[in-house]
Design a protein around this ligand. Sequence first.
Ligand SMILES: [Zn+2]
Length: 372
Amino acid sequence: MHVCDAWMSRTSGTPHHLDACRVSRIASCAILTTGGRPAAIPLSSWMSRSRSRGCDGHSPLVWMQEGTHMPAHHLRWIEITTLASGLPLRLAEHTFSGGQPGPSVGITAAIHGDELAPVEALRQLAARLQSAELRGTVRIVPVVNPLSFQAQTRNTPQDMTNLNRVFPGDRNGWLSEQLAATFVAEFLPGLDALLDLHAGGALPTVDYAYIENDPDLSAAFGTKVLYRGPGFPGTFSHVAVSRGIRTVVTELGGGLLRDREYIARTVAGLENALRHLGVLPGEVTRRTDQIVIEQLDTLRPNQGGLLVPGVGVDQLGEVVEQGTLLGTVYNPQTFEMLQELHAPHPRNLMILTRGAATRVEAGDYGYMLAPV
Ligand SMILES: [Zn+2]
């Protein structure tokens, strides 16, 4: 008896998962369920068939090596609406289901479309989950606002709205409100935990995580600075918390500086948080130098122009003394110095900075810091 037939007979002809279509050279058997009773064939022969017919021709399909539980991966599209161009507005949701029962964890990014590092971190995490030993389910939506992602803007360009201020949304409201309402209805039900990933956007770089309703989960993500504060109304996380979902919002990276480091830290932080939640096996790593702050000040310039940094990204998480020059705004055409931004408190913990000469408008995020 071929190993695949033997495996099928031991599982009574019922594959563990029937919702996946994925290729893995690790496994030895492919289970085809098209046309009646599931049948097992060696993966090698499925691979040669699939070259001409493709994965979809055999969907749903599952394969696993005898005695192993590889997570099934399922991609679905959350349909939002039709755009003026006639193209659909829809969001990709990747679901990884383990072979063992466990919590359902949602991970989201790019609610603000100019926050790119978390999107790449989720691509890398998804690749690692393909071969991980999972309990429960991980559901990933890497780009919650594709319209602002395409435009590389914080707000949705069609209605100039900040998506993360209009949750839980309104099915009859602005486009961003309709997106929010559908996403809440499609994504939040059944979730035990939510990790909503943010970054500093196109220009600033940031490094902290919010404490929402689960301090240990926030700590497990691994930033040095944890912020316990009121947050903003209308955020996705606010709705999740109101529904009793264990929630953390992270703010890590941005500004294209030291990108690989921040992406690697995001992947490591997510894996540690998934260990904390019991989804991934292994010991949870705990930092011993974390700082909880309850006041977070934003310095916004009063003049637009070119903001030339006085402190760098390497000073994030560090304390600077009162009066330290954080940055200077110049008129880019006349070179006139318009404003100097100084550290306001006796001791200032740097949370967000601009590590390169950047364009700034009056009122933009310049720096974030906490008195310590
Ligand atoms: Zn954001």
